[in-house]
Write a protein that binds this ligand. Structure first.
Ligand SMILES: C[S@@+](CC[C@H](N)C(=O)[O-])C[C@H]1O[C@@H](n2cnc3c(N)ncnc32)[C@H](O)[C@@H]1O
Ligand code: SF4
Length: 378
């Protein structure tokens, strides 16, 4: 079993918080699509013997492509890989790109899951984040997706915004609940170097919200969504009826995946590879048959750290059996020594051979992670 991720590196405008690789210059779009086709051809044997269970088109903004362009990508993947007939096939979309006809075409092409970047249902928040859409587009896009036949809809929300009140966040969540989607990803705002928000923070134009309010927003998020029947299965992810993101779950389960397009990452247990984060360099290299990626072979220490990073924040947690079966005693001993204080303080629970974060532990997961990771003892 394996997954395929494709990075579509174009956005019509840039949001103030976002550091995903993207370009607002669409002049290279057609060349990008043919380079992508070549990359698919070049790498079709990397997942030989694997059934492809998930396909995820992310970005950037995949919904800026035409339905016919998206169809060609999916058809080409199906021609070159052994794609399961019920593969989870997700498109990341911005609300303002979603028309009824476009959504219908997506369904016909085989997309059975859509992840809509709502971010907020409040116009004030949307404006501050430099989003292109309005609250009415956000609501309208979800309704249209349902009408077009999508029954596995995910939405992205961001909280912890500067000045965001508890009431504003509650309002957002109530709106999300009313719309009755199957999956919600709610991310706490992160300030990334190079983004507009980061610069505003540095120059004092905005202020981070206090930690207590962040924690309160997180608790409200968990409480309201769980009350509505959502399962909190990863720090930022909530699903109804077991409709977890199969694609993301396979990252956490350390299954192989192939990442295609600029900045996309690939993984095969022993090696990580990442493509250049630059459309023009990507195009040139593919055209000239040159290398457009870097790679890193994972030592046992990296594999241990990777396992901790990818599993700690999920509800399945860290399996003691897995650690014992796969890693040298030195890593298992390190883990057991470092995890104990967090078990004692009630941030982590140990149940059925698994260590999982519990409420306040989820909120300080970065600090816990820092302790559990194995830092070189050279
Ligand atoms: C690849 S991005 C966006 C996909 C799509 N282009 C959109 O904007 O709707 C995936 C998600 O990451 C989240 N995200 C991006 N940057 C973030 C940040 N700095 N802090 C918190 N969440 C962020 C947003 O919720 C976003 O929808
Ligand atoms: S959040 Fe989405 S639309 Fe905004 S800049 Fe990032 S990738 Fe582009």
């Amino acid at each position: 079993m394996a997954g395929i991720y494709i990075h579509i590196p174009f956005c019509k405008t840039k949001c103030h918080y976002c550091d995903f690789y993207k370009s607002t210059d669409f002049s290279g779009k057609i060349d990008f699509l043919s380079a992508l086709k070549k990359e698919i051809d070049q790498r079709k044997n990397e997942l030989k013997g694997h059934k492809i269970e998930t396909i995820y088109l992310g970005g950037g903004t995949p919904s800026v492509l035409k339905a016919s362009e998206l169809k060609k990508i999916i058809e080409h993947l199906k021609a070159q890989f052994d794609v399961s007939t019920d593969a989870e096939t997700t498109l990341e979309a911005n609300p303002d790109d979603l028309t009824y006809d476009f959504l219908l075409e997506l369904r016909k092409t085989g997309f059975n899951r859509i992840s809509i970047g709502i971010q907020s249902f409040l116009n004030d928040d949307l404006k501050r984040m430099n989003r292109r859409h309005h609250s009415s587009d956000a609501i309208g896009s979800i309704t249209l997706a349902k009408t077009a036949g999508f029954d596995n809809i995910s939405i992205d929300l961001i909280y912890g915004l500067p000045n965001q009140t508890i009431e504003a966040w509650q309002k957002n969540l109530q709106q999300a609940i009313e719309l009755n989607v199957q999956h919600i990803s709610a991310y706490h705002l992160t300030y990334h170097r190079g983004t507009v928000f980061y610069n505003y923070l540095q120059t004092g134009k905005i202020k981070e919200i206090p930690d207590e309010r962040s924690l309160e927003q997180f608790k409200i998020l968990k409480e309201l969504l769980e009350k509505d029947g959502f399962e909190h299965y990863e720090i930022s992810n909530f699903a109804k009826m077991g409709l977890y993101s199969r694609h993301n779950k396979s990252y956490w389960q350390r299954k192989s995946y192939l990442g295609l397009g600029p900045s996309a990452h690939s993984f095969d247990q022993k090696k990580r590879r990442w493509n250049v984060s630059n459309v023009n360099e990507y195009l040139k290299a593919i055209d000239k048959g040159k290398k457009y990626w870097e790679e890193e072979f994972l030592l046992e220490q990296d594999q241990y750290n990777d396992y901790i990073i990818t599993t700690l924040r999920t509800m399945w947690g860290i399996s003691l059996n897995y650690l014992q079966d796969n890693f040298h005693n030195k890593y298992v001993n390190h883990f057991e020594r470092e995890v104990q204080p967090f078990v004692k303080s009630g941030h982590i629970q140990f149940k059925n051979e698994n260590y999982t974060l519990i409420t306040e532990g989820l909120f300080i997961s970065d600090k816990i992670m820092e302790n559990l990771l194995f830092v070189d003892d050279l």
